[in-house]
Design a protein. Structure first.
Length: 246
């Protein structure tokens, strides 16, 4: 698999917040629990599976048995489990398991990526679905991800907060049980969002708005429906445009 290079970010911002985002670096972090609830009104932004640890769409049988009270070794425990009279409780669909005490603040960006530069011109096609999903927003192209992340880290440090960041991984939501999931895992129906996340864990998380400092030198408004962009540096020569077919 080719190594991925994050060239830039796109952030969709409501018009009323546009100037503050550019001039002050005003960023809004929603919470894991907010995203779960928001699916009821917007299934593309909200996700009731946000932050789950285990997920399975179908094909899972739920059974129960009397508890095992004593055992002397893991082997004995496994033997007792195998001999139990398991009674089927039902067939699970849209199964999810999460830690109800866990919460975090999340900031999301669309990542413009490329493979490692080999001298050729590449294209990054922004899915039309992503553009249409935020049709009532203005789009901001952040051309220096390193500086943006440094500003974000510094702002959170001043709030005595730590953060993790990285690309979201997308899993197939089917009969295959998905486990060990984190806030950086989402169902594959969201793959078109090519999401890069900044996550700051807080079991008492509330919606937060922080100013990370002016972004005027590292971002520009873009009109992806009517404009193409070209980013050139020592690592990449990349054309960015909307994919009319998707």
């Amino acid at each position: 698999m080719a190594e991925i290079n994050i060239v830039a970010f796109i952030k969709a911002v409501e018009n009323k917040y546009f100037d503050d985002f550019i001039k002050k670096g005003q960023v809004c972090f929603n919470t894991v629990k907010w995203f779960r609830e928001y699916e009821k009104s917007n299934q593309n932004v909200g996700d009731s599976y946000e932050g789950v640890e285990i997920a399975c769409a179908s094909g899972m049988t739920i059974s129960f048995a009397d508890p095992i009270l004593t055992y002397s070794s893991e082997e004995e425990l496994n033997n007792q489990m195998a001999k139990k009279d398991w009674k089927v409780l039902g067939i699970a669909q849209d199964f999810k398991l999460f830690d109800s005490t866990y919460d975090a603040n999340i900031f999301s960006l669309y990542a413009i990526t490329s493979s490692i530069y080999d001298g050729s011109i590449e294209e990054h096609l922004i899915p039309k679905k992503f553009i249409e999903e935020f049709s009532n927003h203005r789009f901001i192209l952040i051309v220096n991800p390193r500086i943006f992340l440094a500003k974000m880290k510094n702002a959170l440090r001043q709030q005595y907060r730590s953060m993790k960041y990285g690309m979201v991984k997308y899993y197939k939501f089917d009969e295959q049980l998905q486990s060990n999931l984190t806030c950086f895992d989402k169902k594959d129906k969201f793959a078109y969002q090519n999401e890069f996340r900044i996550v700051s864990a807080d079991c008492n998380a509330e919606r937060k708005i922080w100013n990370i400092g002016s972004l005027q030198k590292i971002c520009y408004e873009m009109q992806p429906r009517s404009q193409m962009f070209k980013i050139t540096n020592d690592k990449v020569e990349l054309i960015i445009r909307m994919n009319e077919k998707q």
